[in-house]
Structures are given as structure tokens and as C-alpha cells.
Write a protein that binds this ligand. Sequence first.
Ligand code: ZN
Length: 150
Amino acid sequence: MTELRDLYQELILEHARKPRNFRELATPTCRHADGHNPLCGDRFRVFVDLVGQGIRDASFTGEGCAISKASASLMTETLRGRTREEAEALYHRFHELVTGRKPLAADEDLGKLQVFAGVSEFPARVKCASLAWHALAAALDDSAEVVTTE
Ligand code: ZN
């Protein structure tokens, strides 16, 4: 278990250092929303290019701690090519995972997002890990408000 944890931690740190899809999207079909976690100071803008019900692209910009940044990075990586419905289902499962309401059995659909399972032991970090997902939900709803974890 310790080895697995180390591996997870490594992946999180690697994504925090070199976040994927760290850029703005500016296509006509693109929407975005802002997320703010005042407890930690994480602040992100999540972009999603929704064509019909399909996510063509996803990206983010902003600043935050390693967990929030790695979470946004892995989220945008996972979302590409998914449907809106799949994205909403993933959000739900991810939230269950980081809040520890889900047994730690392998969840193939979550894929690499499972690295955040350890976050459930640190309640203050759950908001960091979920922030990008909150912003994503707002972007999918095309809501202009800034979502906050508080
Ligand atoms: Zn944070």
C-alpha cells in the first residue's frame, strides 16, 4: 500500500509541476467558469468546448496548490472525448472517491483520477481536489457565477 501511495503522490506532483491542458480555449463553442477555494487560495478558470453533447476539448488556467492543480490537469485529460453525461457521472464518482464514501476498489472508469483516493484522509484537501470539478459543472451549465467551495 505504501508503494502504491508513493506512486500516486508522484503522479500528483508530476501533474502539479507540468499541468496538462494549461491554456485558454477560445472557440465559439467554448464555455468557461471560475472556481475559488478561499480556504487554500486555489483559483482556477475551467474551459470546456462542448459540441452538441460531446466534450471536444477541456483546459484550465489559474493558480493553486499541488493537489488542486494536479486534479484540474488530470480532469481535463480525462474529459476529452467524453459526453456531457459521462462527465457528470465522473464528477459524482470522483466526489465519492475523495470524500471516502466509496470503497477503494478499482474503478476503471475513473482511471488515473483514482490517485486522489488518499485525499479522503485529509478533509481540508477535499475542496482542493474537487475545485476544478465544481468549476466544470458550472461551465457545463453555462453559469456565469464564480463557484466557491465555501
Ligand atoms: Zn488547495
